[in-house]
Design a protein around this ligand. Structure first.
Ligand code: ADP
Ligand code: MG
Length: 678
């Protein structure tokens, strides 16, 4: 049969059902997917060393003749080794191969091979543990693929080569004129070069083309979600904010006043506001949203505040009612969990314009929610929402003002493609009297002492969080503390006599609410929780947060968690429990002790973990990218965005035949994004 790009990989010679199932684990279904599965690296075999001249302790290729193979030696169950010897006129090479009977059986004594790995030992008798072994006539540069158990690079190379030779041609999503203008190779040429490059440089060029392609498609997809730049919003009139300020239990910081002024000035414009409030945890972002809601209500406009968790929605309801109800505004909550009667009551209030401010989860976006006069949409903890939710929100709010709030810094180019032209207000000041949270790093052996410290704090009336990396045993990796079992154990032993609560993502919404409410009003003294408390939760009386298996969390996440304490003028502590002290992990954890600035921590995170994770798609609810990296490829992203604008200007719906492939790819990319689970 002839191969088409959409043909199932199982029809490729040498693949079949079994390998197809392995490919599926890598998300590879069709020939096209396989061709777009790019090498993670390349091995350069173009100028192999002789044994005597190979450098020590760095990966290199050695060409030599295989002179001997030992029989299989079983070390223990699941581990067997083979010893091989190879020679050339400069010396002898001892090789150890692990668990690869098949590879070894296929090697012929007295034949030449290229061995790739780290050479160790003296110059006459050298050793190479677990080499990659290639035929002596291998091409100069060999691709190395991201693997799954059972699919070696050797197999993938063979399958991909076949696919490349068997597929007539893949339609190039990039229009010819664009490719020529930007000097980008065509898709078939680029596929050939990225998999089997003639020279290292040609693989790079091919990769850049695919990075560009992916970022162009991403830009198109996000821009078509947005397209609200040219709409008009209802401009609001200036309002007297003094009753608002007078009703606050504290005086706002200068930064809060500035952000409120900037945002309310936007509300008075015809162009819809598109503003980000960026402020570290605890900087008081909520107040800015409440102020804007007040301003909108004075203009007879409604405000919707969307948050990622029910817990946070509840808390905002409480805070916002506290400020706005005395001023005569009606504030309601809309989440997935209210009963039908309650829901109908709130929906009626929204439709009649009686509700001024509604706080909720993405339930706010569901069918049947309509407003008498929606003027402002706020999303708190913006980065926690997926594109799908953002898309629906932007449909609901084409001509309303939008305020987003986040503690996660975001590079300008990236914010441009995600949000369009976004103005930024920075909350760079904490409410007065806040002390730095003292951060301690301890090993699990010291846990008993830490719990003693927690008991003392509870005894003097304060509260504590204990955060676990997972919910319950069963999903457990050994050595990790599950919240359910740990909460039980603590209330029986170390924290006996204290009131211990439990909170995690698998609990029913109602139970989550109850757990949170009991902690907030002091009924429970300790809250054992998973990272569901990570965003937004505000219990100023909590003095200690102890984080188990701290090495499992990213720095920015640790910082968010730490931000749950230190929310009053009293001193607070963050105790990181971890037995991983070495290497990068240790360095990361130690940096938490020194650094308290969320922006600097984000930078640090980026430096230590590499960009993939941090600016990674998950952080911003974007589709998972295959080749491009949003942090590394910002320059290409800039070009891609520009090209996307040009295209949409010429052909807003991408309906010209030459643009259809791009439109289809953009749709495919968006369809692949699920909503983010919490
Ligand atoms: P963020 O959302 O930025 O993490 P919040 O809006 O939850 O922070 O505010 C953190 C805490 O600080 C809350 O308990 C809030 O009531 C309090 N707060 C906010 N602004 C001030 C202020 N100007 N003075 C004193 N306390 C404040
Ligand atoms: Mg907040």
């Amino acid at each position: 049969m002839t191969l088409a790009p959409e043909t199932d990989v199982k029809y490729l010679k040498g693949v079949g059902e079994k390998r197809a199932a392995l490919y599926l684990r890598l998300g590879i279904l069709t020939i096209r997917d396989l061709l777009y599965h790019f090498p993670r690296d390349y091995t350069d075999l173009s100028s192999p060393y002789c044994i005597g001249e190979a450098p020590a302790e760095e990966p290199c290729a050695i060409r030599a003749t295989l002179t001997g193979k030992s029989p299989e030696q079983r070390i223990r169950k699941g581990l067997s080794i083979f010893k091989l010897t190879a020679e050339d006129e400069t010396g002898e090479l001892m090789l150890t191969v692990f668990n690869s009977r098949y590879t070894v059986e296929n090697l012929a004594v007295n034949k030449e091979y290229i061995f790739y790995g780290k050479a160790q030992g003296g110059f006459l008798r050298r050793e190479m543990p677990s080499p990659d072994i290639y035929p002596a006539d291998s091409p100069g540069i060999v691709p190395v693929y991201p693997q799954t158990a059972g699919l070696s690079s050797v197999v993938m190379r063979r399958n991909i080569k076949q696919a490349l030779e068997g597929v007539p041609a893949i339609r190039d999503p990039l229009p010819l004129d664009m490719r020529e203008r930007l000097f980008l190779p065509g898709v078939m040429e680029a596929l050939g070069q990225i998999h089997f490059p003639q020279a290292p440089g040609s693989a790079k060029k091919a990769r850049e083309r695919f990075i560009f392609e992916e970022l162009l498609i991403l830009s198109l997809a996000l821009m078509s979600l947005r397209s609200r730049e040219d709409t008009l919003a209802c401009p609001m009139s200036p309002a007297d904010m003094s009753p608002f300020y007078a009703s606050l239990p504290f005086s706002p910081t200068a930064a809060q006043r500035r952000c409120i002024d900037e945002a309310t000035a936007d509300l008075a414009l015809r162009r819809p506001m598109n503003r980000l409030i960026q402020g570290d945890v605890g900087s008081g972002k909520t107040l800015v949203a409440v102020a804007c809601a007040f301003f909108a209500a004075k203009n007879s406009k409604q405000t919707a505040v969307m948050v990622p968790t029910e817990i946070l929605a509840e808390q905002h309801l409480f805070t916002m009612r506290g400020i706005l109800e005395p001023l005569g505004l009606r504030v309601e909550l809309l989440t997935g969990s209210p009963g039908p009667t309650e829901r109908r009551r709130i929906l009626a209030g929204l439709a009649l314009g009686e509700v001024d401010l509604v706080v909720g989860t993405h339930a706010l976006l569901s069918e049947g929610v309509s407003f008498a006069g929606l003027g402002l949409v706020v999303t708190d903890e913006q980065h926690r929402f997926g594109v799908a939710q953002r898309a629906r929100l932007s449909q609901k709010s084409r001509d309303v003002h939008v305020l987003v709030m986040s503690a996660t810094p975001i590079p300008r180019t990236l914010s441009l493609i995600i949000y369009g032209d976004l103005s930024v207000s920075v909350l760079d000041e904490k409410p007065p009297g806040r002390q730095e949270v003292e951060t301690l790093l301890i090993s699990s052996q010291k846990r008993a002492r830490a719990l003693g410290f927690i008991r003392d704090a509870l005894g003097s009336g304060r509260q504590a969080y204990i955060v676990c990396p997972l919910i319950e045993q069963g999903e457990a990796l050994p050595g990790l503390r599950p919240a359910v079992e740990y909460a039980g154990e603590l209330s029986q032993k170390e924290l006996k006599g204290f009131r211990v609560g439990l909170l995690h993502g698998k609990m029913k919404p109602k139970d989550k609410e109850d757990a949170m409410r009991r902690f907030k009003n002091g009924e429970t003294q300790v809250l054992v929780s998973t990272t569901v408390v990570e965003v937004g939760v505000d219990v100023p009386n909590a003095a200690i947060i102890m984080i188990e298996n701290a090495e499992r969390f990213g720095l920015s996440q640790l910082h968010q968690l730490r931000g749950r304490v230190g929310r009053s003028a009293e001193k607070s502590w963050c105790i990181l429990v971890s037995d991983s002290r070495g290497g990068i992990t240790g360095e990361r954890l130690r940096s938490m002790k020194r650094e308290h600035d969320g922006f600097k921590i984000a930078e640090q995170d980026l430096r230590l973990r590499g960009p993939g994770d941090f600016f990674g798609s998950r952080q911003h609810g974007l589709p998972v990218l295959r080749v491009a990296d949003l942090a590394d490829d910002l320059a290409i992203l800039g070009v891609a965005r520009h090209e996307a604008e040009r295209l949409l200007e010429k052909d807003p719906c991408l309906s010209l035949p030459g643009h259809r492939p791009l439109a289809e790819e953009a749709e495919r990319m968006m369809a692949a994004v699920g909503e983010r689970p919490n």
